[in-house]
Design a protein. Structure first.
Lengths: 469, 173
């Protein structure tokens, strides 16, 4: 009910009058918004007692974690799994296992090669059967179908050597959102063992690509952080580029050629409606949200000269933030919203600059060899990721003062970094020389753990959203 | 009169114009019959069997293929070859006062996506401004940038990239 009111309120305050019926002609059927996830008020286990010894952080990938099949109190039918809650429990464990793999931190063992604990053993593990398996950590959990049709999922992390519980939490989810419980459990484990903030329970917007290099079809698409729940939002008759999730996941900013010109739109995910962000006869590019979702940055080319503008997300007057001749484009807010890092070729080549959020105090950040493009401020605030162009295109990070450059990837053309919600992993897209085919990849801040994220078709322009509300 | 008509078309027909611009230049829109009668009497048709006035083929024939100009990496300046091509285009446009064009700006694949969109727009505007300096009415020239989204040469090498860094003039039908 609350969501409905919110949606109506949005429509009462249009961003800009957009009479073009053609604007919606490339939109697919709107996707259903996810239900809410309720966290159960279970007491956390006592702090302390983390027993595994870490002599060198680079050896963290040796943390063995056994993720046993989640037990069902009784095997009941559920819309979340054709084979009932017991089968769903094992599926949840598989999702957690896949999440924990390939992060360079854990060595997960999934439910298919482990004994299945009973429901009673979830809170009282059979220690003897786990201590001989060479794992330091044990994950148990349960699934229970509630009378109201929703599911309760409990998640428990145990230290095998200590034979003690480290943390537990539970969630009530609609059956359609069962994967979110698996992601929340993954986040609980990840955060407890690494001390880092969570990131699995989040989504990614990106551009799905098909077709030959000179007739590429580019569609707006969304998916969970692990690639599941994939949806196409546009049909592909108009080129779609550079999406950005709003911080509350209710809207997407993206560029579309739906009226024949490059223009940015705000798409309402629940209603499937979209509107122009700025009513202008000029090309608008490079849309970005402020961290609180109240403002939108966009870049507009007037007579070939591109500058960065800010407009309230509910509509209103645009404020021009840059005014140098040349291309000032993009922009990424610091997490506190006080500063914006952006790209400008005012010095002759693409370089990264920083300014206060009102456009004042503009100064160049990057002076190393090569060019700096598509800067993105980490959600933690401690790093800025960017595309470094020095011969090839690579993903690099630097401190917010422009120092301590570190190049993380070595592809032929790696472009457009986007941060995981916890600022520890960077996703980007990699284009293959000659074929022009592209795919999403992610790399951690050491640069050593790099992997491809599978997508149904080729992919580019990833934009990782925050932790789901 | 012709200019006025063109202006009205430009102002009122955003959707219609966009529809034309979305097509690749090779896809020729049908020629309007009426356009021929709108022209001045000093210019003879290209040829009895040649393309119809008002079509892209007619334009490309008349400017001898010089409807495309090329740019150096990351540059948008009009060099002497570009200037010669644009002068030919300007002559055509002064001869056929009812013709309006879209200049499509493009970049090669060796740039980041958003910057390339801005760069393509800058290149299209360079060409537009040069045509204006030669006396073509600004209202007859529309620009659109495709950044690196529409390459014509598909390899990933210097020769292909030099063909893709371009501004293409396309007759608006």
């Amino acid at each position: 009910m609350k969501q409905l009111i919110f949606a109506l309120a949005l429509f009462a305050i249009p961003l800009a009058t957009s009479p073009l019926a053609a604007q919606s002609s490339d939109l697919g059927t709107p996707v259903a918004e996810g239900g809410s996830v309720e966290t159960l008020g279970q007491a956390e286990a006592e702090e302390g007692g983390l027993s595994f010894t870490v002599t060198d952080e680079s050896d963290w990938s040796d943390i063995g974690v056994a993720i046993a099949g989640f037990a069902a109190d009784r095997d009941r039918p559920t819309p979340a799994n054709a084979n009932g809650t017991a089968a769903l429990g094992r599926e949840i464990s598989r999702v957690i296992t896949a999440n924990l793999r390939n992060n360079g931190i854990f060595r997960p063992v999934g439910p298919d090669s482990l004994p299945q604990p009973s429901f009673a053993q979830i809170t009282s593990p059979s220690w003897g059967s786990w201590s001989g398996r060479g794992v330091e950590m044990l994950v148990h959990g349960y699934v229970s179908a509630r009378a109201d049709g929703r599911l309760t999922v409990g998640c428990y992390l145990y230290d095998v050597a200590l034979q003690d519980e480290l943390i537990r939490e539970g969630w009530v989810v609609p059956p359609a959102d069962w994967r979110r419980a698996a992601h929340k459990c993954s986040d609980l484990i990840y955060s407890r063992l690494t001390g880092e903030s969570p990131f699995f329970d989040s989504r990614i917007a990106y551009i799905a690509e098909t077709g030959p290099k000179d007739k590429r079809i580019k569609r707006l698409a969304i998916m969970d952080s692990d690639g599941a729940n994939h949806r196409f939002l546009t049909l592909g008759s108009a080129t779609a580029l550079t999406p950005r999730y709003s911080p509350d996941y209710k809207k997407l900013l993206y560029l579309s050629y739906v009226d024949g010109n490059p223009r940015i739109y705000v798409y309402d995910i629940g209603t499937g409606r979209q509107q122009l962000v700025a009513e202008t006869g000029n090309p608008t590019l490079a849309p970005r949200w402020s961290p609180d979702g109240r403002n939108i940055l966009y870049s507009m080319a007037v007579g070939g000269n591109t500058d960065i503008y800010r407009v309230p997300a509910i509509g209103g007057r645009s404020v021009r933030l840059t005014d140098t001749p040349g291309i000032d484009i993009g922009g990424s807010y610091s997490p506190d919203g006080s500063k914006i890092v952006f790209e400008s070729d005012r010095s002759g080549t693409q370089q990264c600059y920083v300014m206060d959020a009102d456009g004042s105090n503009q100064r160049r950040l990057t002076f190393f060899g090569g060019r700096c493009a598509t800067p993105e401020w980490s959600p933690r605030g401690d790093q800025i990721a960017f595309t470094r162009i020095a011969g090839d295109f690579n993903i690099a990070v630097m401190n917010p003062n422009g120092r301590n450059l570190r190049v993380l990837t070595s592809g032929w053309q790696d472009e457009a970094p986007t941060w995981a919600p916890n600022g520890r992993i960077i996703q980007f897209f990699r284009t293959t020389r000659n074929s022009g085919r592209s795919a999403l990849w992610q790399v951690d801040l050491t640069g050593r753990n790099e992997r491809r994220l599978k997508t149904p078709v080729d992919a580019s322009d990833p934009a990782w959203g925050p932790i789901l509300p | 009169m012709n200019t006025r008509l063109a202006t009205i078309a430009l102002l009122s027909g955003t959707v219609a114009l966009a529809g034309c611009a979305k097509k690749a230049p090779e896809q020729l829109p049908p020629a309007p019959e009426q356009t021929t009668t709108d022209q001045g009497t000093t210019v003879a048709p290209v040829g009895d069997t040649g393309p119809t006035l008002g079509t892209q083929a007619h334009f490309e024939d008349a400017v001898n293929g010089q409807n495309v100009i090329y740019f150096d990496t990351d540059r948008f300046n009009i060099d002497s070859a570009d200037a010669a091509a644009l002068q030919t285009q300007a002559q055509y446009l002064s001869r056929y006062g009812a013709i309006s064009i879209t200049i499509e700006g493009h970049a090669d694949e060796r740039g980041t996506r958003e910057y390339n969109l801005a760069l393509g727009e800058r290149r299209a505007n360079s060409a537009k401004n040069y045509l204006i300096s030669l006396g073509v009415d600004a209202n007859r020239i529309r620009t659109v940038s495709y950044g690196k989204e529409r390459p014509v040469a598909l390899a990933s090498n210097a020769a292909a990239w030099s063909q893709n860094r371009r501004a293409v003039s396309v007759v608006i039908n």
